[in-house]
Design a protein around this ligand. Structure first.
Ligand SMILES: C[S@@+](CC[C@H](N)C(=O)[O-])C[C@H]1O[C@@H](n2cnc3c(N)ncnc32)[C@H](O)[C@@H]1O
Ligand code: SF4
Ligand code: SF4
Length: 406
């Protein structure tokens, strides 16, 4: 009902929607939001001090086991216009194709019946590299489901009018951008052109932000871009509202099955470990792939994490399918059953408590100091990374005294 009402407001009274959004941001994302993040940080530091990541993951695994996911994933295409070094989507051996529209409708209908409220349109591809984007959005609108788009933005010009038309069901977009210097950007987002990115970010401002679209800008941290994070903030913050909320710096994981780039360029080895008791095996978030098979994970470059098939079974039964239960059992077995899943045995993650501590600190900084220069921010990024490497309450207090108390 809430979603339906908001869609109607977006469509009929766009200016009123923008006004409501400003009020909502003021109420939900002001000082209280930052205070809450600071409190959360204390709790997370204590957790890191008192229990290993393995123990923490195990506890979370059982806490979330078999709960329902409100998010569904629809792989409308598994192709991409570029090949980022930390993702290497081109190494996927699954057949590249666009999802058939009947299959899309069948999936969306079942997701709706299963209580899903928003649907992400990507796995390891780019939704704007899909010429039929409009047709999928039309189906989502029919079932009144919100669409989430994450994109490299390089083909935004091809879909800008469609995005405008479907504002009622898709009003926020995440732009994944991993560099601010042309050389860094083009090295990481391999095949992308920096000038085209900027052209499309400008277009997004003129055509979409003015009607109320909310943008996020995300960066995956690597040794290649860490030294320019300060410049990144200063340059890209003009493209988004509330950078403390909408600009994210995420630690890299071993998304690509080829770990070479990850192992060489991960900035936080101290907190990196194998992904045992993984949350994707704790509860099923259905990744409906282009051909209707359902995978449990976004790292499924070869289909080996497929647990069921929408052509044969319904989404609401898949949590109990043999495929998913086997994957779950393998993660709960501490005697090596996980080795049955080649992708799981080569999967590394940065401790997500440490990732969250980092995100909270950066959010506080961007909130408290919205208009500093690149050098100022870079110094904080450098010191915060050093703090994470030797993470404890005392060091946090030192960091707080230096940057976080005002
Ligand atoms: C796989 S992409 C698919 C959507 C779209 N093509 C994009 O780039 O936003 C989804 C997100 O994963 C991020 N990503 C890619 N490789 C990653 C890695 N190794 N570790 C963490 N995030 C990664 C991307 O930067 C992007 O924000
Ligand atoms: S991160 Fe996104 S844009 Fe980059 S290669 Fe992967 S799917 Fe394509
Ligand atoms: S590959 Fe396995 S361990 Fe890694 S995220 Fe996917 S399900 Fe989890």
């Amino acid at each position: 009902m809430y979603n339906y009402l908001i869609s109607v407001i977006k469509k009929t009274f766009p200016r009123f929607y923008i006004f409501l959004k400003i009020i909502k941001n003021k109420i939900l994302f002001g000082k209280h939001y930052i205070k809450k993040k600071e409190l959360e940080t204390f709790g997370l530091i204590k957790s890191v001090e008192n229990e290993s990541f393995f123990e923490y993951q195990k506890k979370e695994f059982f806490k979330n086991k078999d709960t329902k996911s409100k998010t569904g994933i629809l792989e409308i295409n598994n192709s991409c216009n570029i090949n980022c070094v930390m993702c290497d989507t081109k190494s996927s051996t699954r057949q590249k194709k666009l999802m058939d529209l009947d299959l899309c409708e069948k999936s969306v209908k079942q997701m709706k019946e299963d209580g899903v409220t928003s649907v992400l349109l990507h796995t390891i591809g780019d939704p704007l590299a899909n010429a039929k984007l409009k047709d999928y959005l039309k189906i989502l609108r029919k079932y009144n489901l919100q669409a989430g788009i994450s994109t490299n933005a390089l083909m935004l010009d091809k879909h800008v009018d469609t995005l405008k038309e479907y504002f009622d069901i898709c009003s926020s977009i995440r732009f994944s951008i991993d560099g601010v210097k042309k050389e860094t950007y083009e090295k990481i987002r391999f095949g992308g052109k920096f000038e085209k990115l900027i052209e499309n970010l400008e277009l997004a401002q003129k055509k979409l932000r003015v009607i109320g679209f909310e943008f996020m800008i995300d960066l995956v941290i690597t040794k290649d871009n860490f030294s320019e994070l300060g410049d990144f903030v200063v340059f890209y913050k003009k493209y988004i509202n509330n950078p403390y909320k909408n600009m994210h710096f995420n630690f890299m994981n071993s998304l690509s099955p080829n770990n070479d780039y990850f192992l060489k360029n991960n900035t936080l080895e101290q907190h990196t470990s194998k992904n045992f008791y993984c949350n994707y095996a704790s509860k099923l978030t259905p990744y409906v792939l282009v051909d209707g098979r359902v995978s449990a994970c976004c790292r499924d470059y070869d289909g080996s994490l497929v647990v069921d098939d929408i052509n044969q079974n319904k989404i609401n039964t898949m949590q109990n399918s043999n495929g998913f239960k086997n994957l779950q059992q393998a993660h709960m077995d501490e005697n090596g059953k996980i080795n049955d899943y080649k992708l799981c045995t080569s999967c590394y993650v940065v401790d997500n408590r440490v990732d969250q501590i980092w995100r909270n600190i950066i959010a506080s900084i961007l909130f408290k100091y919205p208009d500093e220069n690149a050098k100022f921010y870079q110094e904080i990024f450098n010191e915060t990374l050093e703090f994470l490497k030797d993470l404890n309450t005392l060091n946090y207090q030192k960091l707080q005294n230096k940057f976080l108390t005002n």
